[in-house]
Structures are given as structure tokens and as C-alpha cells.
Ligand binder design. Sequence first.
Ligand SMILES: Nc1ncnc2c1ncn2[C@@H]1O[C@H](COP(=O)(O)OP(=O)(O)OP(=O)(O)O)[C@@H](O)[C@H]1O
Ligand SMILES: [Mg+2]
Length: 170
Amino acid sequence: MSTDVVPHSAAPAVRAVTAATDGAMRALGRDLAALARAGDVILLSGPLGAGKTTLTQGLGEGLRVRGSVTSPTFVISRIHPSLVGGPDLVHVDAYRLGGPAEIDDIDLDMTQPDSVTVVEWGEGVAEGLADDRLEIRIERHHDDTRTVHLRAVGARWNDIDLPGAQPGLG
Ligand SMILES: Nc1ncnc2c1ncn2[C@@H]1O[C@H](COP(=O)(O)OP(=O)(O)OP(=O)(O)O)[C@@H](O)[C@H]1O
Ligand SMILES: [Mg+2]
């Protein structure tokens, strides 16, 4: 009898999800909220208007936090407290940040343990926040649909059944 051995140090889990509409994007955010725990870090990347804030709105709905999630244009980060005793949502826009040193300056480590920390434009800037993180890259197509690429890094996400299909497995 053979046993499938999947070492926990295996390559990060990757998934791809199609989001045809902004409603589907928000629904994906709600699905991810159901999996999220305090301490989680989620990095969002993708071009201008890809749907990063829309996905974060779904996360906020699913986590049931206070306040509407909008593009934090003039602030770098905003805390949405939980209305239900769960993790808060910390929504960061790293667009204007120069790099990892500047993200250190906003002291996200103060809120991180009790929050789900979501960083728009986090790629290349915010990896240092956590060894375990969910990296999400949104690809925008000409017909306005999106493909959302999920990449789970670190042991936190072992055995978590992420939404979407495993690329290459149909
Ligand atoms: N399939 C889709 N998924 C997500 N958003 C969509 C989709 N189709 C259209 N949209 C629209 O795209 C617009 C841009 O969304 P959003 O503000 O979430 O992008 P963003 O990546 O946060 O942009 P920015 O780079 O400015 O931060 C919104 O008006 C949203 O309703
Ligand atoms: Mg945005």
C-alpha cells in the first residue's frame, strides 16, 4: 500500500480563481475571510484598478468589521475594528511607500497579532511583515474579468483548502 506523503515544506500552495464581476471579487473576499485568523497577513498586487480594494471590501464584510473599506488615498493604513469580537481588519495602501523600510515605520506589528493585515501594493514591500502570508496577484483581462492568483507561503496555510483550482490540474 502506498501513502501519499506531502512534506509540509512543499512548495507554496497556488490557486487560481476567476472573478467575472466586482460582486464575484467581493464574494472571494468573503470566502477568504472565513479562512482568515488573527495574525494573518495578505499581500495584494495587480495593476491600477485590478480590484484590490474590491477584494478587501469582501474581506471586511466577511470579517464583519466596522466602517466601509475604501481606497485609503490620503492615509496609508486604516483600522476597521471587528463588530463581532473577531480579528480587526487593517487595510494598508503601500502605493506611495518607498520600500520595506517605510512599511516598518507604520508600526503594523502593533496591530498585527489581533488583526488580519491586508496590504495593497504589498508585493516587494511588505513580505518582511510575516514569514507566513497569503500573496494574491490580480490579473485583469480585456473583457474586464479577473484571474486571482493565490499563493500561500508558510506553514500557517498547510492543510488550508484555498478557493480556486490548482493550476495545471484542470
Ligand atoms: N471582475 C472584477 N473584479 C473586481 N473589480 C471589478 C471587476 N470588474 C469591474 N471592476 C471594477 O474595477 C474598479 C477598480 O476596483 P478597485 O478599486 O478594487 O481596484 P484597485 O486594484 O484597488 O485599484 P487601485 O490600484 O487604484 O488601488 C471598481 O470600480 C470595480 O467595481
Ligand atoms: Mg485600491
